[in-house]
Write a protein that binds this ligand. Structure first.
Ligand code: FEO
Length: 401
């Protein structure tokens, strides 16, 4: 695909990766992804913002064949999906200087085959004149690594945001055309790589309020012609209260834990709590991560396997611990054959979650009447806790009727 203009002097370059299905050997990509770079041509200087994933280097170099000179390459983020082709671009343009944040300098030198003398650190808030245009660099750490920054093209009010506000979508249209699809993909992306850093991201959002923006051009997915779409969504994901939602993530080997989950789900719904339930071995973990963005309570369901939790349940606990969602309550339910330490082991896997642990419900074999009553009592407790906290259901937050 050739370079394409998003404005008169701003071009999209990069690669659309229609077939990629996994990122970081962890994150499912149901819609593929793209690696976006942007070329800004000022009256005196030309800048390339970010590059592409190393296997796509040739795609970018072909797009650059008609660009005789690049004065600056900006690395907004050192991860290889954006920085990986920088050495090839610098080799093509020996006059180009590589600009990056203070923290990025060391990371780029560690991760890529680069000469240190080609790199110049830019300060937070520093402006770069391109002649009739100017770029301002704004440090925005932890979107997604500590060195990340964004760039603001002042005259055209374009924010180049790299991973920040990005979405893993492969699409031929440059601009967002289907907001629902993009918001879902962007939420998945936020959940998987940024959710743990909400406090810093809140500060970044506040910092960006001083910059009027007409376009947001991320380095994955489509360009936002209506920035409020993604800015409002981020404010909700980062700053909003959890929803009146219980996320049930469970494994069942012979149906006992499954029966407990069904009972709990029914009891929660009867008490006005939303439920999103995931059978772990088959689950797309991206969907689970998206649910965790909003959950008020997390319930992990597990059978006891060789004295501990099922490994898939342990995986979900480790994932939740890493993502640090804003849920305030956690419980564990499950079935065992003769004993074990499933609850203790699972509880030890989530030390970073700031949750109140509600009494677990465990039963031997199939749940009996007393176990079902215990599950109803757990549902009652969850509903009461959510009411105390003032959590609202999705339908109470967004009414379309
Ligand atoms: Fe798209 Fe953190 O790289």
């Amino acid at each position: 695909m050739k370079a394409r203009p998003i404005l008169e002097r701003v071009k999209w370059l990069g690669a659309i990766d229609w077939d990629r299905r996994l990122f970081d050997a962890l994150i499912p990509l149901p819609d593929g992804t793209s690696y976006n770079a942007y070329l800004v041509e000022g009256s005196q200087k030309t800048v390339l913002l970010d590059t592409v994933d190393p296997p796509m280097t040739e795609v970018l170099l072909r797009q650059l064949e008609s660009v005789p000179r690049i004065d600056y390459v900006v690395s907004q983020h050192a991860e290889q999906d954006h920085a990986g082709a920088i050495p090839a671009v610098l080799a093509r343009y020996p006059e180009a200087e590589l600009l990056c944040s203070k923290k990025a300098r060391g990371m780029l030198l560690e991760l890529l085959d680069l000469d240190a003398y080609r790199i110049r650190v830019v300060e937070d808030g520093e402006a770069l004149s391109l002649g009739d245009r100017s770029l301002k660099f704004i440090y925005t750490p932890w979107v997604h690594w500590p060195e990340t920054m964004v760039s603001y093209l002042q005259e055209d009010r374009v924010l180049f945001s790299c991973d920040f506000f990005g979405s893993h979508i492969a699409a031929s249209e440059l601009f967002v055309a289907d907001p629902g699809r993009v918001l879902e993909a962007a939420k998945r992306y936020f959940a998987e790589i940024m959710m743990p850093f909400r406090a810093v991201i809140a500060k970044n959002l506040e910092k960006l309020e001083g910059y009027p923006v007409d376009l947001i051009a991320p380095s994955h997915g489509q360009v936002y012609g209506r920035p409020s779409l993604i800015l409002d969504a981020y404010r909700d994901w980062v700053l909003g209260e959890p929803r009146n939602l219980a996320v049930l993530a469970y494994v069942s080997m012979h149906g006992s834990t499954r029966r407990m989950v069904d009972r709990l789900a029914g009891a929660l719904v009867e008490r006005g709590v939303e439920v999103e339930s995931y059978s772990l071995p088959e689950t797309d973990i991206g969907k689970l991560a998206m649910s965790l963005v909003d959950a008020g309570t997390i319930v992990i369901g597990t059978p006891t396997v060789l004295t501990g939790p099922h490994p898939a349940a342990a995986y979900a606990a480790v994932l939740a611990n890493a993502l640090r969602p804003k849920a305030r309550f956690l419980s564990i339910i499950g079935s065992y054959g003769w004993g074990g330490k499933a609850v203790e082991t699972l509880a030890s896997l989530v030390p970073r979650l700031e949750v109140e642990v509600l009494d677990p419900v465990l039963c031997m074999g199939l749940p009996g009447e007393a176990d079902e009553q215990a599950l109803d009592a757990l549902a009652e407790k969850i509903a009461a806790k959510h009411a105390e906290q003032g959590f609202a259901k999705r339908s109470e937050r967004n009414r379309f009727d």
